[in-house]
Design a protein around this ligand. Structure first.
Ligand code: ZN
Length: 423
């Protein structure tokens, strides 16, 4: 049995409203799982190795519930466009480059290295439609020790000449080939990934549903992100009662045995939100991307108060920053504008609420993840804020607030995912 402890100022969430702070305490890991947090090590743990991080903050690893790995290479470019233009003029031409394996390896190496160094321990990621490139990405992520889900993208309509699968049948054949080839990976597992409804024919959606039922794999896609996109879905699926219902008609919208993440949900109406709650669909809230692509402000307060399953996504490269520290600050800022401009009843998010989303909220997609509670998988990030000196004494909560609002990813000095130390 592998047992060890980390000693430091431990911070995690037990509820969305409060931070649990245990100064100078021990978080114990037993066989990859958290055994609890102790002010002094109990006798039974007297002889275990202790990673002494006294004076540093220790938080659960963060989860990025939505990002596009191939878009990391062109992050921060084309940020003056709106979603559908940006897809055609930036995202699609850039993703087409991943037909070239040398390019894919170089670009994905940069992505995997930076994700490894960040405060993120878990991520749910889009690849591209290319099987070899997606396998390269998965192999690189597997080596990092991070725990990830990666999807080979399915898209058989409304792409570009060099980024569109020729038929539903070919898309499904390639998906099976990809699943066979990645079956040995243990930390980087597959997730079915219809890009979004406008990219997938009915035949492809039906085929993916059959594959989902056969394999039990989770599903990720985009939902109610941008007004232009929603109008397009209405045109493409005139019979559906809404965007969510359009996925639901193909059996790809959560429910028993079909864990699902939908990115954005900026414009989901009451009926769509009720269906998400009923089906346990995870919402990846991506405030920076929603700002950059002029999509709007997702009603994070409403989603949280309704008891939706909600985490944060960087949505690289709609979001320019891979940092989930930054995503927490963005979520709070966007919630303030939403409250001031759109909905006076939607109180802005607090730091504890944003922290909860970044840890437990998104972590729940991976099971018992995102807190230092007994039985939770042991993901931990050690933060050193020595580079942010302050002339007066700060509490651990204040130190965390500075690291979050300043998106101080350089503060990450050690990281553990599922009990394994990455660095
Ligand atoms: Zn996205």
């Amino acid at each position: 049995m592998r047992i060890f402890a980390i000693k430091g100022d431990i911070i995690f969430s037990e509820t969305p409203q409060t931070l649990t702070i245990r100064p100078n305490a021990y978080a114990v890991c037993e066989d990859g799982l958290c055994a609890g947090v102790f002010d002094a090590l109990p006798n039974r743990y007297a002889a275990i190795p202790v990673h002494d991080c006294t004076g540093r903050l220790v938080i659960p690893g963060l989860t990025d519930l939505h990002a596009h790995a191939p878009q990391y290479a062109f992050r921060a470019l084309g940020m003056d466009m709106e979603l559908l233009d940006w897809l055609d003029r930036q995202a699609f031409p850039q993703e087409a480059r991943y037909a070239d394996q040398d390019y894919a390896r170089a670009a994905y190496t940069l992505f995997a290295d930076d994700l490894r160094r960040s405060a993120t321990t878990r991520a749910v990621l889009f690849g591209t439609l290319h099987v070899p490139a997606t396998l390269t990405l998965m192999a690189l992520l597997e080596q990092t020790g991070l725990v990830t889900r990666v999807g080979k993208v399915n898209m058989d309509r409304n792409g570009t000449d060099d980024l569109c699968e020729p038929s539903a049948a070919q898309s499904l054949r390639d998906t099976r080939r990809w699943l066979d080839a990645c079956s040995d990976f243990t930390r980087c597992r597959p997730i079915l990934t219809p890009r979004f409804l406008p990219s997938c024919t009915d035949e492809l959606m039906r085929g993916l549903c059959a594959l989902q039922r056969e394999t039990g794999l989770p599903v990720q896609s985009h939902l109610s992100e941008n007004q232009g996109e929603i109008a397009w879905v209405k045109e493409l699926c005139p019979d559906a009662q809404g965007y969510g219902d359009a996925y639901d008609r193909f059996g790809l919208f959560g429910g028993d045995g079909c864990p699902t993440v939908m990115a954005h949900c900026v414009w989901s109406d009451e009926a769509e939100r009720a269906l998400m709650r009923e089906r346990g669909v995870f919402i990846a809230h991506c405030p920076q991307s929603n700002t950059n692509l002029s999509s709007g402000a997702a009603p994070a307060r409403v989603l949280l108060n309704e008891g939706q399953r909600i985490g944060l996504g960087s949505d690289v490269a709609g979001g320019a920053h891979l940092s989930i520290l930054r995503a927490m600050a963005d979520a709070i800022q966007v919630s303030k504008l939403h409250w001031r401009l759109n909905d006076p009843d939607a109180k802005p998010l607090t730091l504890p609420e944003a922290f909860w989303m970044a840890t437990r909220g998104g972590g729940a997609f991976f099971g018992r993840v995102g807190a230092f509670e007994p039985g939770y998988e042991f993901d931990a990030v050690v933060l050193d804020d020595a580079a942010l000196p302050c002339p007066f004494p700060l509490t651990p909560a204040e130190r965390l607030a500075r690291i979050v609002y300043l998106a101080e990813d350089r503060a990450v000095v050690h990281k553990y995912a599922a009990g394994t130390q990455l660095f």
